[in-house]
Design a protein around this ligand. Structure first.
Ligand code: GAR
Length: 202
């Protein structure tokens, strides 16, 4: 069983979709820890509801020690793969180094389009519509030091429809994200996407 750690800032619907896939047995993995920078996040509430260890760790609570505290939480619960699920903070060097090649993110566009610093959540959908794109989509990729630039593992297109508002496009993309993220983890768990498993190096 692949042990999954999550970092999430807000609703946590992507994380929930992955938890549900584990519960349903379609994904051979075990969600073992959730970390959020936001004490009021839906992600932390969902984690507690699912009996998964949940931590509120932020620059406010931990200052300079934040990166080490996040790494300690992930390692305490023996997370092997880290899923960023709407995590709106930059990851510290501690986690990036210890989990190099084993940190995934989901982004609500067809990267490299509409990625990079400041491009997240609804801002992405607003930018896609402002650019007059005919299609958007979702991307699962590996995380490195640069925003949204790691190797793409999976991508799925979503049509932009006439009359779309950012909210309607977001809803259509989010439905695909939920399916795509879990499906990518299924391929990782089955060894079809090789990533360096299982032990943390730190
Ligand atoms: C998702 O759409 C995700 O792709 C996006 O935030 C949303 C989180 O929703 N992430 C980014 O924009 C990262 N750059 P969720 O909390 O319901 O999973």
């Amino acid at each position: 069983m692949l042990r999954l750690g999550f970092l999430a800032s807000h609703t946590g619907s992507n994380m929930q979709a992955i938890i549900d896939a584990c519960t349903a047995g379609t994904l051979a993995a075990e969600p073992c820890v959730v970390v959020s920078n936001n004490s009021q996040s839906g992600a932390l509430a969902r984690a507690r509801q699912a009996n998964i260890a949940a931590y509120h760790l932020s620059a406010q609570t931990h200052g300079e020690a934040l990166g080490g505290a996040i790494l300690a939480a992930l390692q305490r619960h023996r997370a092997e793969v880290i899923c960023l699920a709407g995590y709106m903070k930059r990851l510290g060097a501690e986690v990036l180094t210890a989990y190099e090649g084993r940190i995934l993110n989901i982004h609500p566009s067809l990267l490299p389009k509409f990625g990079g610093q400041g491009m997240y959540g609804m801002r992405v959908h607003e930018a896609v519509l402002a650019a007059g794109e005919q299609e958007s989509g979702a991307t699962v990729h590996l995380v490195d030091e640069e925003y949204d630039q790691g190797r793409v593992l999976a991508q799925e297109k979503v049509p932009v429809k006439a009359g779309d508002a950012p909210e309607t496009l977001q809803k259509r993309v989010l439905a695909v994200e939920h399916r795509l993220y879990a499906a990518t983890l299924v391929r990782i768990a089955a060894g079809k996407i090789p990533i360096p498993l299982p032990h943390c190096r730190a």
